[in-house]
Design a protein around this ligand. Structure first.
Ligand SMILES: NC(=O)c1ccc[n+]([C@@H]2O[C@H](COP(=O)([O-])OP(=O)(O)OC[C@H]3O[C@@H](n4cnc5c(N)ncnc54)[C@H](O)[C@@H]3O)[C@@H](O)[C@H]2O)c1
Length: 528
């Protein structure tokens, strides 16, 4: 969600729309209109909610809260989204203020509900003015808290970027109404709500002479930016905890007002440290699960067997084995690549604990390096000669159907390809630009990307790739091409057809392809 490029005075969205950064007078005029609307909705019985951070989480959370209705069908909330007035971020505010979603998503509910809230009902607005926090009954914190290096050798090497998080919390403390509830949704190191957020808020409130008790809770997000983006907020289980009974009560009442808690009851944990640790454990478990299957992928390939078939046969054991992961290309995205590090950092820096999460940290290293296995297949198929070769890399996003490219495993593959002197051509049906690598020009369509390639890597199982028929693959690919399917995009029939057409193929987790001789040219195989 970074801009394509930044110029002083403007903020450029990934879709290349250019927004002028507002001056102080414009911001204040816009905010005066928001204040008037807030007062109108409050008079009609609605609460005012401010969502801090209009990123992948905050935008969807703001839309979900704005969609809540009371028993008479009236909006329960007037929602204000706040983000920073910077070239990298302002376009999100401008888009939300215009009723457009800044997020490319396959979930059509998101743009529709956001547009309806802003342009029809009028109970969702966006601003850069931090005075918005003063209007809120509840402030929902959805800002990032990032790590430095993604892989570390020892817990002492972990660094986290606390500075921006501190600044965000301080802004809330400077402005918040004395009785407001602060609900932290940001994924934070365990213990952070009590040991980092609480003291900052208290310090700022003390400075202003506020003596009322502080209401503070943590309720982590499980939003999944795919086809059920909004539903993953509104219709899903949620855990939370307050720093005291009243904070927990307020958090429960707020969450109940926009989440379907009849069907998905809330889970109140004993304290905020538990809620924070739950999020970190949940994501570390998933990351470790993915890393675990990687060494079995290597074994299955050498044994000449199809690990996808094997995993499917095991996943029938519901309740114990049905979340076994499949072989794959790598792990990207914002969360699975960092959340384990936040847990280990907390252990050292907030609790002075000597526990080392060895298996968890090893999983992150394994996941980070996973694309190198795909690179190895490609290199083998091209007889170790990558220099000067054109390589079509299909897929950048960290999940199929989404445009989130943060920590994409494709990055490492590209870095290695470029180091080896190859010429990568990148395609992703969800992207027109790659925000983290703006110098890379993306191919406009799959056929163009594949046309002149010596090698092809299928890295993300986007629907657009899964929907390509065997017939089409054989026209897109050409004889002599090396094709590595890292995501089970090609079925056996298609692989057979491509091999018959003169391609050499490997598949991550597909030892049976190697056994059938798909790694060799058809003629070589026939002769051997
Ligand atoms: N992306 C996901 O799928 C997901 C899922 C669950 C939880 N989370 C967690 O939610 C949090 C937010 O993630 P995200 O993906 O939305 O991040 P993001 O980077 O997309 O968005 C965060 C936004 O906060 C803004 N921001 C930063 N400082 C601010 C400040 N002082 N005032 C106002 N706005 C400020 C940034 O400009 C940015 O637009 C993270 O802790 C993440 O780990 C993310």
């Amino acid at each position: 969600m970074n801009p394509v490029r930044t110029n002083e005075g403007v903020s450029v969205a990934p879709d290349r729309t250019v927004y002028l950064l507002p001056g102080e007078a414009d911001s204040q005029a816009g905010f005066a209109a928001i204040r008037a609307k807030a007062s109108h909705f409050r008079n009609a019985g609605a609460q005012v909610i401010v969502v801090q951070g209009l990123g992948f989480v905050g935008v969807a959370v703001a839309a979900a809260i704005a969609a809540a209705r009371d028993e008479h069908g009236k909006p329960r909330f007037f929602v204000i989204g706040v983000d920073l007035p910077l070239p990298q971020t302002y376009w999100k505010v401008a888009k939300v203020a215009a009723g457009e979603t800044p997020i490319v998503s396959p979930d059509q509910d998101l743009p529709q509900m956001l547009h309806a809230a802003v342009c029809e009902v009028g109970n969702l607005a966006a601003t850069t003015c931090e005075e918005a926090y003063a209007l809120a009954d509840v402030i929902v914190v959805d800002v990032p808290l990032s790590v430095g290096e993604r892989t570390v050798e020892s817990p002492q090497d972990i660094t986290i970027e606390l500075h921006h998080f501190h600044a965000a919390i301080r802004a809330v403390g400077r402005q918040m109404a004395p009785e407001a509830l602060v609900l932290v949704e940001t994924t934070v190191p365990a213990g952070a709500t009590e040991k980092i957020v609480l003291p900052i808020l208290q310090e700022e409130r003390h400075r202003r002479g506020v003596t009322a008790p502080l209401h503070l809770a943590h309720a982590y997000e499980r939003v999944m930016p795919g086809p059920r983006y909004l539903a993953s907020i509104r219709s899903f289980f949620r855990s939370f905890a307050g720093i005291d009974a009243e904070s927990a009560r307020r958090a429960r009442a707020f969450l109940t007002a926009f989440i379907d808690t009849q069907q998905f009851p809330l889970w109140e944990l004993s304290d905020t440290t538990s809620s924070e640790l739950a999020k970190l454990l949940e994501n570390s478990y998933r990351a470790a699960n993915i890393a675990f299957i990687h060494e079995w992928t290597l074994l299955a390939e050498q044994l000449g067997v199809n690990l996808f078939e094997i995993v499917d046969s095991i996943r029938v054991r519901k309740g114990t084995h049905d979340n076994m992961r499949y072989p794959g290309f790598g792990v990207g995205g914002y969360c699975l690549t960092k959340d384990s590090l936040l847990a280990q950092w907390a252990s050292v820096h907030l609790f002075d604990s000597d526990v080392t999460l060895d298996m968890t940290l090893q999983a992150l290293r394994t996941n980070y390096q996973m694309p190198l296995h795909t690179l190895g297949h490609l290199s083998d198929l091209l007889d170790g000669e990558l220099s000067g070769k054109t390589i079509a890399v299909c897929g950048v996003a960290y999940l199929p159907g989404v445009a989130d490219t943060r920590n994409s495993p494709t990055e490492l593959l590209l870095e290695k390809l470029e180091q080896a002197g190859a010429r990568p051509v990148v395609h992703d049906p969800c992207l027109t630009t790659w925000p983290e690598a703006p110098h890379i020009v993306l191919a406009s369509d799959l056929a163009t990307a594949l046309r002149d390639a010596d090698g092809v890597v299928l890295a993300v199982p986007h629907r657009d790739y899964l929907n390509v028929t065997a017939e089409q693959w054989t026209t897109y690919c050409r004889a002599g091409q090396a094709v590595v399917d890292a995501q089970n995009i090609l079925d056996d029939h298609t692989a057979e057809r491509l091999h018959a057409a003169g391609c050499r193929l490997r598949g991550v987790g597909k030892g049976h392809w190697h056994k059938r001789g798909y790694s060799c040219h058809k003629l070589e195989h026939a002769a051997s």
